[in-house]
Design a protein. Structure first.
Length: 334
């Protein structure tokens, strides 16, 4: 794997997904960034705009196993993680894995599940393991949780707690398509759903190789400090009662590496960090009551915060001693 091969394969995967998801190249791009950054994705949008289809398209393109759960108030944690079943022939309990044991897990309308059931996803999302009855089971790699929620119908829903929101790398909105894109959707799905004609472009070992390669994209120390300074600034802004966590810093770093790699670069620029601020930060910040009364929004606060932090001047020819690679960058955040 090298920069050119990574970019070529990334573009091929995105183009294949866009055979189904029309006119939403930016959303598809970010969803793939989340997958290759080994993060998780929360899609909040109206029904019928393609949230579930996006997950299915990505899964089919990378030839991955997909699990799907339709969240309801009567769902139990075991419906997600699996449970031990009595084998009457042997008179022993055997663990039967739940739908979470997949490469891509689609949690549809996740905010309709009770907090107890939602908590069953926390360990899986943070540690990529599931513990049932004292036994820890590893999840496959790659592992991506793609959760959807409907912001329109709030009756019978349970808002996601901040601890769970913080485990999502991105929060995105697909939005309605343009007239031209909607025409393409109708043409592509005229006789047969376009998803049924989608063919795999890569296999899972190559996806893992791309993940490993992107994790080694270099980050100049000034760029690292730039990301940290922005995150720190959110914790001292008077309009916010909750600033970004250290996990937000890590998320910016992981996603920026993949974004740079998708553009054929082996180092991260400050513009990569700025491009990712809204999808990474918007669901992690809470406005103060006074800011809400003033009509401020999280996006406006982020723009103000970024305007106060001066970006560094970093060129692709930065001296080697200024670069941080792989796990060294994570250690630097500590």
């Amino acid at each position: 794997m090298d920069a050119q091969r990574f970019t070529r394969r990334f573009e091929e995967i995105q183009a294949n997904v866009e055979r189904v998801i029309k006119g939403k190249g930016d959303v598809v791009h970010m969803a793939l960034v989340a997958m290759f950054a080994e993060g998780h994705l929360l899609l909040e949008d109206a029904p019928g705009v393609g949230k579930s289809m996006l997950a299915r398209s990505i899964a089919r393109t990378v030839n991955a196993d997909v699990g799907r759960i339709q969240c309801t108030p009567d769902m139990l944690p075991g419906d997600i993680t699996g449970s031990s079943i009595l084998d009457q022939a042997r008179m022993t309990f055997t663990f039967r894995p739940g739908p979470v044991f997949a490469n891509i897990l689609l949690a549809d309308e996740v905010n309709r599940a009770t907090p107890k059931t939602q908590s069953a996803l926390l360990e899986a999302m943070a540690e990529r393991t599931v513990t049932v009855e004292g036994t820890t089971h590893a999840l496959p790699r790659p592992f991506l949780v793609l959760a959807t929620q409907n912001p329109i119908e709030l009756a019978g829903t349970f808002p996601l707690p901040e601890a769970q929101l913080d485990r999502f790398l991105f929060k995105l909105s697909i939005g309605y398509p343009s007239a031209e894109a909607e025409e393409e959707v109708l043409m592509a799905n005229g006789r047969q759903p376009a998803i049924d004609r989608l063919q795999p472009m890569v296999d899972l070992p190559e996806v893992v190789a791309m993940i490993e390669w992107a994790s080694g994209v270099t980050v100049a120390q000034p760029v690292l400090r730039y990301a940290i300074d922005i995150v720190q600034a959110t914790r001292h802004d008077a309009a916010l009662t909750l600033g970004a966590s250290p996990r937000a810093s890590l998320s910016l770093l992981w996603a920026a590496r993949v974004l740079a790699a998708s553009q054929g670069r082996e180092d991260v620029y400050p513009d990569d960090v700025k491009a990712l601020l809204h999808p990474v930060m918007s669901h992690r910040l809470i406005l103060s009551p006074e800011a809400q009364l003033r009509g401020e929004s999280v996006d406006k606060v982020l723009e103000r915060v970024v305007g106060r932090v001066k970006p560094p001047l970093v060129s692709s020819s930065a001296p080697p001693q200024r670069l941080v690679r792989g796990t060294e960058a994570l250690a630097a955040l500590g």
